[in-house]
Design a protein around this ligand. Structure first.
Ligand SMILES: O=C(O)[C@H](O)COP(=O)(O)O
Ligand SMILES: [Mn+2]
Ligand SMILES: [Mn+2]
Length: 524
């Protein structure tokens, strides 16, 4: 067994800016990160596009694909790519689930509903998938489609919702005729309604159920009017806009009722699981009162949790991630510890272990409850508590490998507040300062990296050359530091040849464990 001990810190959303446009990482006072960059083996990693299994290098990285790659040392084709392929090859439309959904509405003359994130962010969903599914449904004889749109502004520009609404409405207008009727039925900002994750706030899902299923809520004639009115009244950016219902003559145009079919067209799991539980769950579901639950056929775009089999029905198989680092460490007899706060807990456990919700026997997982606020109001988040917990784990001397995620750069970065994000980055640096002292004392090698950028690019230039607030991740590279009393040298540190999938092989190299043949190369 190895006598080495390793800690891996993921500084979520802390990348390296090229433009320095709204670069909260450089603006922040980060004495520890600055010192490490001068003193330690250091390189940068590619964290987007092909390096993490996304369709193209125009696709920014995200936590799901980033933590998958960090945790498995391999590059798997991810949801965005798998759905594209399934639609292009026709496999999705030949699937049993798709045909069941469509035949159900044909035989019952009922409605096919689509619920999901309306953008081309390609993190949770892509509007192009939605448009293709609507067109195919018409071709196959569905007569009525209703779409429940979650407004993004978090993976795409902050106030871009009208672009996607117009795009969808144009597509539906072209399809609508005497035999086919498609409309937007309800919606709301993704951080207010439906897309909660890791059970941080079930009230969001309850509101989604009331809005999409029951058609309860403030009524508008159309989605553009809803966005415009709600924006004027609240000043909120898209992700925070309140829920709305589209109605005609006082009646919602698309309640979900007995006999309907429902597709959640998001492919990423974290924010799709709770709504799926509400649709699939029987009487044992107690997270909120669903009232009389309509008898529908429900399917997700992907299987969102392969262990718990959520949802029951889905359209595309998720990537089957094998030979994860946790599995390899378990086989080698090493003990692992994982910690983060609620907002990133599943990232450092479920995504880390290749979308596996059961832990290995050799692992201990710890969740620190997140605040239920917009994180510009508490930019330090739980960085101090996570650090306290890490120090306790180190001092327990129980663990060979400790991993953690500090969410600040990402979660505060998504709010678009530069001032708050600077505080978020500084909180991470302070956490590292405290952590490194104890890690050194107990003989741990500490690897520090990030899963993608965000805080490094808080502003962006639009096509007209105007500067706007950026709430989305960046496409920038991320840092990789080795802090150790042992001497390690990163091969070709100045090149740009490494990506997130090179981290796990590096960890195994430190432990002196042979990596599975399918893994990428170690950097040392
Ligand atoms: O879900 C979110 O908050 C964003 O779409 C992506 O952020 P994450 O990939 O960092 O979770
Ligand atoms: Mn992330
Ligand atoms: Mn993020």
């Amino acid at each position: 067994m190895s006598n080495k001990k390793v800690i891996l810190v993921v500084m979520d959303g802390i990348g390296i800016s090229v433009t320095h446009l709204g670069d909260a990482v450089t603006e922040a006072n980060t004495p520890t990160l600055d010192r490490l960059k001068k003193e330690c083996p250091y390189t940068t990693l590619k964290a987007h596009g092909s390096a993490v299994g996304l369709p193209t290098d125009d696709d920014m990285g995200n936590s799901e694909v980033g933590h998958n790659a960090l945790g498995c040392g391999q590059i798997y084709s991810q949801g965005a790519k798998l759905v594209n392929e399934s639609i292009e090859s026709g496999k999705m439309f030949a699937s049993e689930t798709w045909n069941e959904l469509v035949n159900n509405v044909k035989t019952k003359s009922s409605t096919l509903h689509f619920i999901g994130l309306l953008s081309d962010g390609n993190v949770h969903s892509n509007i192009s998938h939605l448009k293709k599914m609507i067109a195919k449904a018409k071709e196959q004889g569905a007569a009525k489609v209703r779409v429940h749109v979650l407004l993004d502004g978090r993976d795409v520009p902050a106030t871009s919702a009208p672009i996607y609404i117009e795009d969808l409405e144009k597509c539906m207008a072209e399809l609508n005729d005497a035999t086919f009727d498609a409309k937007i039925a309800s919606g709301g900002g993704r951080m207010k309604v439906t897309m909660d994750r890791y059970q941080a706030d079930w009230d969001m899902v309850k509101l989604g159920w009331e809005t999409h299923v029951k058609g309860e809520g403030r009524q508008f004639a159309n989605a553009l009017e809803a966005v415009e009115t709600l924006r004027n009244e609240t000043g909120a950016i898209d992700q925070d806009l309140p829920a709305f219902v589209i109605a005609e003559n006082g009646a919602p145009v698309g309640k979900i009722v007995d006999g309907d079919s429902v597709v959640l067209f998001n492919f990423r799991g974290d924010r799709a699981i709770e709504l799926s539980m509400a649709f699939d769950g029987g009487d044992e579901f107690t997270y909120f009162d669903r009232g009389a639950k309509p008898d529908v056929i429900y399917a997700g775009m992907l299987e969102y949790d392969g262990d718990l089999h959520i949802p029951n029905k889905y359209l595309v198989n998720p990537p089957e991630i094998k030979d994860t680092m946790s599995e390899v460490l378990e086989k080698a007899g090493l003990k692992s510890y994982a910690v983060s706060e609620t907002q990133k807990y599943g990232h450092v456990t479920y995504f880390w272990n290749g979308n596996r919700s059961e832990k290995f026997a050799s692992e201990v997982w710890k969740e620190i409850p997140s605040d239920k606020v917009s994180f510009d109001q508490r930019p330090w988040m739980k960085s101090a508590e996570i650090t306290d917990d890490l120090i306790e784990a180190i001092k327990s001397e129980k663990y060979d490998f400790i991993r953690c995620n500090f969410p600040n750069g990402d979660m505060v970065g998504h709010t678009g507040s530069m001032d708050a994000t600077i505080i978020g980055v500084e909180s991470v640096d302070l956490g590292l300062t405290r952590l490194l002292k104890v890690a050194e004392e107990y003989g741990y090698t500490v690897l520090i990296t990030a899963d993608h950028g965000n805080a490094d690019e808080m502003l962006e230039k639009n096509k007209k050359g105007e500067i706007n607030v950026r709430t989305a991740h960046s496409l920038n590279r991320v840092p990789f530091y080795i802090v150790s009393k042992d001497k390690y040298e990163i091969k070709d540190a100045d090149s740009e040849k490494y990506g997130l999938a090179n981290v796990a092989p590096t960890v195994l190299k430190i432990f002196g464990i042979e990596a599975p043949a399918c893994w990428e190369d170690s950097m040392i």
